[in-house]
Write a protein that binds this ligand. Structure first.
Ligand code: NAD
Length: 475
């Protein structure tokens, strides 16, 4: 499979760029143009809305067992094409092929799981006097407007499509403009597996234009967004004008607490891999490292050594451990955050610069002794930057970890059972990894607290977020 021509999917038809505004799609490893992306105009959005309205009526009446069959076939479609689809995703997003393959398998599992879980959207019957009853039933909420970002171009669309479709909703998805073909592949998997026309529509364009148009339509009953906290707040305002439900997966700034009694080798190998996965462009990426004094110097030195040894390159090439940033905007963000931290007195342990070659490559970077007022201590870097600070006591570490308005992921490393229990209770985050960085699984709720958003994806919570509860009392 070659990199495809980009098309929207509106009311059962693939719609290309002819006669529409468009923008180039770039390969982040080379900077070269690889495709042209069509922008949806008002007529396209109107058609997608009408299609979603009709698609919902059809799909809500389709038994959950039949919906599950479509989602399972779509999962198998993707698994059968793992190498081809992974090449397409890596070409447009940059991450190493090995990472893309894992993402694809997780995306397939997600589709299959939502189909299965949709079969278990059970209600209940409440005890009432003979001859009367109260039923509690779960129904799909209605057409969903979903916005997926570019960092997991297969995984994000699969989560949003899987939840809505598994619950019996229709969905209009706006995938990322920077990595649009991956979502097309997930869409193809569903279409070729028998998804009826109207259940899924896919549009691209200027994000603000599309979200304003869709969220103001009375057709849309729910917003699902993954992206930055700033954009999330803006979209919540739009959604509140019509009072619709929202699932918001927003920014993070994950703290990592490494205690003196931690298995340091385990902490190093897991956190180095996790920090530089997807060039740090991960909402749950470990970012603020708080290291207890007794192991601080050793941890910083060894982490930096391993970071600087990572092979950075084109994700399609054998041996690449870290690819480019997904788009040039991130390079400017790295430069400004690192310059600010150094001006504030932080020590640059390794990296800190753009790599001098075509494409958007940034060196794996470690900053130590970073003052609390440096911007990188509060702003999500969303890039390959780890910041390290020492701490003395448990309470001090928790205070620092919980200092920010974010609460998405948090990590801790310790071999003390008591400390492990206390840290799990004390950290303010929606997802906590203790002696592990593996916090994402299809049956585990994925979402944040505080300004990192609300509502979960995956798990029974992800399905529930696309359902409404209704009670029917009869005497
Ligand atoms: P951005 O804030 O401009 O965009 C983030 C995402 O939101 C993109 O996918 C974009 O298409 C979408 N978006 C932006 N404005 C929108 C609007 N008005 N309506 C609908 N969608 C809109 O930033 P960016 O430069 O693309 O990414 C960098 C920042 O985004 C990071 O700092 C990070 O906080 C955040 N981000 C978070 C995640 C995540 O998984 N939570 C993923 C990608 C980006």
């Amino acid at each position: 499979m070659d990199y495809p021509q980009i098309a929207m999917y509106i009311d059962g038809e693939w719609v290309g760029a002819e006669g529409r505004d468009s923008q180039p799609v770039l390969n982040p490893a080379t900077g070269e143009q690889i495709a042209v992306l069509p922008h949806a105009g008002q007529a396209d959005l109107e058609r997608a809305l009408e299609s979603a309205r009709r698609g919902f009526l059809l799909w809500r009446a389709t038994p959950a067992q039949e919906r599950a069959v479509v989602l399972r076939r779509a999962a198998d479609w993707l698994r059968a094409r793992v190498d081809d689809v992974a090449r397409i995703a890596t070409t447009e997003q940059g991450k190493p092929l090995a990472e893309t393959r894992i993402e694809l398998m997780a995306a397939a599992d997600c589709l299959e799981w939502y189909g299965e879980e949709g079969r278990r959207a059970y209600g209940r019957v409440l005890p009432r006097p003979p001859g009367s009853r109260t039923l509690v039933v779960k129904e799909p909420i209605g057409p969903v407007a979903a916005f997926a970002p570019w960092n997991f171009p297969l995984g994000n669309p699969a989560r949003k499509l899987g939840a809505a479709i598994g619950a019996g909703c229709s969905v209009i998805l706006k995938p990322p403009e920077e990595a649009p073909a991956s979502a097309m592949m997930v869409a193809r998997a569903l279409i070729e597996s028998g998804l009826p026309v109207g259940v899924m529509n896919i549009v691209y364009g200027v994000p603000d234009t599309i979200s304003r148009y869709l969220l103001r339509s009375p057709v849309i009953r729910k917003l699902s967004f993954t992206g930055s906290t700033a954009v999330g707040k803006h979209l919540m305002n739009l959604a509140s004008e019509r009072g619709i439900r929202t699932t918001m997966e927003l920014g993070g700034h994950a703290p990592v607490l490494v205690f003196d009694d931690a298995d340091i080798e385990q902490a190093l190998s897991l956190t180095v891999a996790s920090k530089y996965r997807n060039a740090g462009q991960v909402c749950v990426s470990p970012t603020r490292f708080y290291i207890q004094e007794g192991v601080y110097e050793r941890f910083v030195a060894e982490f930096s050594r391993r970071a600087s040894a990572l092979q950075v390159g084109n994700g399609l090439h054998e041996g690449t451990r870290m690819g480019p940033m997904a788009h040039p905007r991130r390079l400017g963000a790295m430069e400004s955050l690192i310059a600010d931290a150094r001006a504030a007195g932080a020590k640059l342990e390794t990296g800190g610069e753009q790599i001098d070659r075509a494409g958007y490559f940034w060196q794996p970077t470690v900053l130590s002794d970073v003052p609390i007022h440096a911007r990188v201590m509060s702003e999500e870097p969303f890039g390959p930057v780890a910041v390290m600070s020492p701490f003395k006591t448990f309470d001090e570490a928790i205070e620092q970890a919980n200092r920010l308005p974010f609460g998405l992921a948090a990590y801790a490393f310790s071999t003390s059972a008591k400390q492990v229990m206390m840290v799990g209770d004390a950290l303010e985050a929606g997802m906590i990894g203790i002696n592990t960085t593996m916090i994402g699984a299809v049956d585990a709720p994925f979402g944040g607290v505080k300004e990192s958003g609300h509502g979960s994806e995956n798990a029974i919570e992800g399905l529930e977020a696309c359902l409404v509860t209704k009670q029917i009392s009869q005497a």
